[in-house]
Design a protein around this ligand. Structure first.
Ligand code: ZN
Length: 313
């Protein structure tokens, strides 16, 4: 994280968002959108996933998108990979950060990436070994999916999440993020689980990937802030809305998250007006798709002062 900011907002819309909408965003629009987000001050963007183009045709152009994104000065470019084969492609393309999703719920792991826990743990170790050998400058994060509950398994015991975080830290990843993949988390649980994970793996404890499926997204952000979390994933326009909850976004909305943080006096380095302006690209490139965000709809409060200007007064 840059020392100039208090909180890193990691934009996941081009990956998490676009892979859950039916329509594939044209490559030129993806590039335009990523450039606009970076120009608004986003310092880290997950620009796509390296996965089977048969399974996710929306992500078929990810290598080209990475090429574009790494040409933007100062931007940290992340890509998601499910296994060693695709990690190799992400590393060759020049991603600065690779994210590996690991489900704490084994039934979710099997249904999502067709791997049992021993299989995915072996895969993570192989990816770390490849990185160590040939790409030492690249960072590897694991995102612990279903860390707070699972639509298949139901309750995910907190001890299971803590154990998987320890396993990942021992496997050599740089950071372990906790993901509320299905929007089950509540603020008390968020505080408890981040505290427990940090007690075991210390500064390998990563960021929070929270969803707003049940309206708890920003409450969960505040809870995570209270226990020292400094990185949050979010998606512009909350794209990738949850099919089970009409009118509710999936990922927390970047615009609303940035407003929350900035109005609390936490500098994100993001120009919220430029960020809101970048929505136009989404509206043009994804006609008919639901685009969420309360702050963009209501407008900034009269007299709103971003955190970096507050610090100067
Ligand atoms: Zn998500």
């Amino acid at each position: 994280m840059s020392s100039a900011i208090d909180i890193l907002v990691s934009e996941v819309g081009p990956r998490d968002g676009l892979q859950s909408v039916k329509r594939a965003m044209p490559t030129a629009d993806k590039k335009r959108w990523i450039s606009a987000l970076a120009a608004a001050g986003l310092q880290e963007i997950e620009v796509g996933s390296f996965v089977s183009p048969k399974a996710l045709p929306q992500m078929a152009d990810t290598a080209e998108i990475v090429q574009h994104a790494i040409s933007i000065p100062g931007l940290r470019v992340a890509a998601l990979v499910p296994n060693l084969k695709y990690a190799r492609l992400a590393l060759e393309a020049g991603a600065h950060l690779i994210t590996i999703p690991v489900s704490v719920s084994e039934p979710h792991s099997i249904s999502n990436i067709r791997m049992t826990h021993p299989q995915i743990i072996a895969e993570v170790k192989a990816i770390v070994a490849l990185r160590n050998e040939a790409y030492p400058q690249v960072k590897i994060d694991t995102g612990l999916s279903t860390a707070f509950g699972c639509t298949i398994q139901g309750i995910v015991p907190e001890a299971d999440t803590v154990r998987m975080a320890v396993t990942m830290a021992e496997a050599g990843v740089d950071a372990v993020n906790l993901s509320d993949t299905v929007g089950y988390a509540n603020p008390a649980q968020v505080k408890r689980l981040f505290t427990k994970v940090r007690a075991e793996i210390g500064d390998k404890t990563g960021g929070a990937h929270l969803h707003n499926t049940r309206g708890q997204g920003l409450a969960n952000v505040v809870a995570a802030l209270d226990v020292g979390v400094t990185t949050f994933d979010s998606s512009q326009g909350g794209i990738g809305g949850c099919p089970y909850a009409p009118g509710a976004s999936g990922n927390i909305v970047t615009e609303d998250l940035v407003f929350l943080l900035e109005s609390m006096g936490l500098n994100t380095g993001i120009d919220i007006e430029a960020l809101i302006d970048a929505r136009k690209i989404l509206l043009e490139a994804l006609p008919g798709e639901a685009i969420y965000g309360l702050v963009p709809d209501a407008g900034l409060p009269k007299g709103f002062v971003p955190a970096r200007q507050l610090a100067l007064t």
